[in-house]
Design a protein around this ligand. Structure first.
Ligand code: FES
Length: 154
């Protein structure tokens, strides 16, 4: 069941549109902001609120890769593996992260602190390699710099 807070935030987003479904991506992000991820139950409740079928909303959620349909850690690390970052050594960055965190891409650290995910271009190719942790972009990464970055996220 959606909380009153979630309903109000989604309704606020939808007030400029003739149909609530127009804000389905924003609504998914609102639910995720409050719960960390979007469960099957939350997706069904949200679909009802948006006057969509669960299948319609699921297709949006799976297309938009920043909607998490499984539980994630307290912080999500998105490592860009598109061409500019690949040329500039994103593999080394990913390998350093997997070694430091003891997890592979797609996994969450046992302490629930980090989830590591690959992502396509973050739009900052001129500062490759890049990654994003939660809402924060980290650019021009060099090996050895990750410890100081990770320490900011507890
Ligand atoms: S390719 Fe990595 S930010 Fe564009």
């Amino acid at each position: 069941m959606l909380t009153e807070q979630e309903r109000q935030e989604i309704a606020g987003e939808a007030r400029h549109y003739p149909e609530r479904r127009a804000v389905c991506i924003e609504a998914l992000k609102i639910v995720q902001k409050h719960r960390g991820w979007v469960s099957d139950e939350a997706l069904k409740d949200l679909a009802t609120f948006l006057a969509m079928t669960p299948e319609e909303l699921q297709s949006v959620a799976t297309f938009y890769n920043l909607v998490f349909r499984r539980p994630v850690g307290r912080h999500v690390i998105l490592v860009c593996d598109s061409v500019s970052c690949w040329i500039m050594g994103c593999d080394r960055i990913r390998d350093e992260l997997t070694a430091r965190l003891g997890i592979r891409p797609g996994e969450t650290s046992p302490d629930g602190r980090f989830t590591l995910l690959p992502i396509v271009c973050l739009g900052t190719c001129d500062h490759a390699p890049a990654l994003m942790i939660d809402e924060d972009l980290h650019r021009d990464l060099i090996p050895g710099a990750l410890d100081a970055i990770l320490d900011r996220y507890q």
